[in-house]
Design a protein around this ligand. Structure first.
Ligand code: FEO
Length: 170
């Protein structure tokens, strides 16, 4: 059993994870228009991961005997200034997600809700990885600058991303 405030916070997280999925699908679509198929692949995988994050919260709320209330998903941006801007916006978004997850962590601690605290630990770790990975890609993009062959190499590298085995699903 979880409290009303935790249920509301987790329902909000479901909406925000679905928005993340939407945002990354939009970035994938934009990458396709730039001819960057590797970038598009990376964002498509990212969008799938975000959907899995939403499902993880969804199942947790249901397992706790509460109802999932789905809300409208905000419209994501569809235009991005440059290839590096895609990842800088990703980093900015993931930092906001980290802050939002930390807020729920604090709420669960305040309520002595140990089950929710344990469930949230997976997300805390996941955020460290997502921010680190995005930072790495930004550094690489800064190194190559406007060098087309460098961008091509990074695009090839991003094309190799696949959905990991450990997606956090039960
Ligand atoms: Fe669901 Fe990008 O974290």
């Amino acid at each position: 059993m979880i409290s009303k405030s935790i249920t509301e916070a987790l329902n909000k997280r479901i909406n925000e994870e679905l928005y993340s999925s939407y945002l990354y699908m939009s970035m994938a679509s934009h990458s396709h228009t730039l001819g960057l198929k590797g970038f598009a692949n990376w964002f498509e995988i990212q969008a799938q991961e975000e959907m899995l994050h939403a499902q993880k919260f969804y199942h947790y709320v249901l397992d706790q005997g509460e109802k999932v209330i789905l809300d409208a998903i905000d419209k994501p941006p569809s235009d991005f200034k440059s290839p590096i801007d895609l990842f800088e916006e990703t980093l900015d978004h993931e930092n906001k997600v980290t802050a939002a997850i930390n807020q729920v962590v604090e709420l669960a601690a305040k309520e002595n809700d140990h089950a929710t605290s344990i469930m949230l630990q997976w997300f805390v770790t996941e955020q460290i990885e997502e921010v680190a990975t995005t930072n790495d890609i930004i550094q690489q993009l800064k190194l190559v600058g406007s060098d087309g062959s460098g961008l091509y190499m990074i695009d090839r590298q991003l094309a190799t991303r696949t959905l990991p085995q450990n997606t956090g699903q039960n």
